[in-house]
Design a protein around this ligand. Structure first.
Ligand SMILES: [Zn+2]
Length: 193
């Protein structure tokens, strides 16, 4: 990678030894793909995109798995699946009484991109669009209101702000007691206070 720039660089695919432009017409394009992504990503931007999407999908699946497993060591294992089923009923809105708490979770997306999700502020009468603006401004980063996995709105803040966010929340919205703020760490809910 750190080689001297060379005026003419003839490059052949490490897999099929065709010039990389011809790999897609070569004997086994599938096998060439990893080499192409590694060595000539500019030539095949679609492959790189595809590979990134796969990674993102994997990460999402892992997240799903951790949240499922954390649910089951809650002690309420037997009742949890039932509640899930109720939530997923098509059409009719099921209004469940919700625990009043703010839940903060650090999520890594695409390997490097870290975001901090904040859920539950609306339960304390905080307007999410307003909170999102304030968080973005305070931490000089991007923040937006998005729909989470269960269609409930949450705030996504770019970057890891989990260490300063509790103080900011309790100072900005005094109605939110520190004892109602939780972190998700390794799939477990941990009180912030
Ligand atoms: Zn090839």
């Amino acid at each position: 990678m750190a080689e001297k720039p060379q005026p003419v660089r003839v490059l052949y695919c490490g897999t099929c030894s065709l010039p990389p432009e011809y790999c897609e017409f070569g004997p086994d394009f599938e096998k060439c793909k990893p080499w192409l992504i590694q060595n000539v990503p500019d030539l095949y931007p679609d492959l790189v995109k595809e590979a990134n999407e796969k990674e993102a999908g994997k990460a999402a699946n892992q997240l799903k798995n951790t949240s499922i497993s954390s649910g089951s060591d809650d002690g309420a294992a037997s009742s949890a699946p039932k509640q899930e089923a109720v939530k997923r009923l098509p059409g009719g809105k099921v209004k469940k009484k919700e625990k009043q708490e703010v839940v903060i979770e650090k999520v890594i997306r695409n390997k490097r991109k870290c975001i901090t999700t904040v859920k539950g502020l609306e339960l304390f009468g905080v307007k999410l669009s307003d909170a999102s603006k304030k968080l973005g401004k305070k931490f000089a980063t991007g923040a937006s209101v998005v729909k989470g996995p269960t269609e409930k709105e949450q705030i996504d803040v770019q970057g890891d702000i989990s260490y300063d966010i509790v103080e900011f929340i309790t100072e900005t919205w005094p109605d939110v007691p520190e004892t109602s703020i939780f972190f998700i760490e390794d799939g477990r809910k941990v009180p912030a206070a």
